[in-house]
Design a protein around this ligand. Structure first.
Ligand SMILES: [Zn+2]
Length: 108
């Protein structure tokens, strides 16, 4: 999706401060962080929302969550939040960018 900002970040056409990246997923710092280290984790392929995922996507979801966990470990190491890291997904009208993303928010 050419006009999707997260697709453009995934393709390195728009700059983001990348935390971790592999062939399929990318983690980068939120441009408007709620706390220090607030990170977004996206699949590089355009997936709109949970609503687009089906049981056929089970393997993809598994790989995605394994990557989310890798990023969570990285944030724990880098920011040492004393309370932990909140992992969340917005849905429906809470979604600001229509490209699947997890919020990883260190809580101090
Ligand atoms: Zn996209």
């Amino acid at each position: 999706m050419a006009e999707c900002i997260f697709c453009q970040i995934a393709e390195h056409k728009i700059h983001a401060n990348i935390v971790l990246e592999d062939d399929e997923f990318m983690a980068f710092f939120d441009a408007n962080p709620v706390t220090r280290g607030h990170t977004l984790v996206i699949p590089k392929k355009h997936v709109k929302d949970f609503a687009d995922l089906t049981t056929q996507d089970a393997e993809f979801i598994k790989r995605y969550l394994v990557f989310v966990e890798k990023v969570r470990q990285e944030l724990l190491k880098r920011f040492k939040p004393d309370r932990g890291i909140r992992v969340s997904f917005n849905t429906e009208k809470l979604i600001l960018v229509q490209h699947l993303h997890a919020h990883l928010i260190p809580v101090y």
